[in-house]
Design a protein around this ligand. Structure first.
Ligand code: SF4
Length: 78
């Protein structure tokens, strides 16, 4: 069976309930990004930041409006 869940999900705070007070939002993120196969999670800014910088700011949202360069500058990533 194909694994359609984001490979970063085991350690991802979004996937694991950082938005516990916003259950509906977290579920929407999981449906749209984390559990939507590569075409989903490869559009997640968290996934892309980790891919580009090797880490992701804890509070970055999957649909952050910043570009990757802006994310790198704002959070002092390489
Ligand atoms: S798709 Fe994004 S939010 Fe979901 S587990 Fe992967 S990195 Fe985290």
């Amino acid at each position: 069976m194909l694994n359609t869940t984001c490979p970063n999900s085991p350690k991802c705070p979004i996937f694991n309930g950082i938005l516990a007070d916003k259950v509906t939002t977290a579920k929407a993120y999981r449906t749209k990004y984390c559990e939507a196969g590569p075409q989903g999670y490869k559009t997640c800014k968290r996934f892309l930041a980790k891919e580009k910088f090797g880490e992701c700011p804890p509070n970055l949202l999957p649909n952050a409006g910043l570009s990757l360069d802006e994310i790198g500058a704002r959070y002092n990533l390489a």
